[in-house]
Design a protein. Structure first.
Length: 112
């Protein structure tokens, strides 16, 4: 049973790695998103940014890359929009990939 879980996690990790590799050829700010999960950092973006955020304001959808300080500022701005009666969506994806998370989980399963 343990081996089935191992191979299943390995399969998920491989699929996520391939998917992120195909997607990460586009810079975050050049992505035309349909949903929040479309906004991902490219390998080039990861050198300078931590977050790729999906933003929706006044019917416009876009992705924007932020470092830690820029993210903190934009998060505060996001909190202010509802009080001004504006509909604003701000959802961010971190540079920590699902592949990395599965790798850690796989390592823990092997240990125990």
């Amino acid at each position: 049973m343990k081996f089935y879980i191992f191979y299943l996690l390995l399969l998920f990790a491989t699929v996520e790695y391939i998917k992120s590799d195909l997607i990460s050829n586009t810079d975050c700010s050049k992505i035309k998103p349909n949903k929040a999960s479309d906004c991902v950092l490219s390998d080039q973006d990861k050198k300078n940014y931590i977050y790729c955020c999906y933003e929706k304001l006044a019917g416009f959808y876009y992705c924007e890359a932020y470092d830690k300080s820029g993210y903190d500022i934009q998060k505060e701005v996001y909190k202010a929009y509802p009080s001004m009666g504006m509909d604003y969506t701000f959802e961010c994806n971190s540079s920590v990939s699902l592949f990395f998370k599965f790798t850690i989980l796989l390592f823990l399963i092997i240990l125990f």
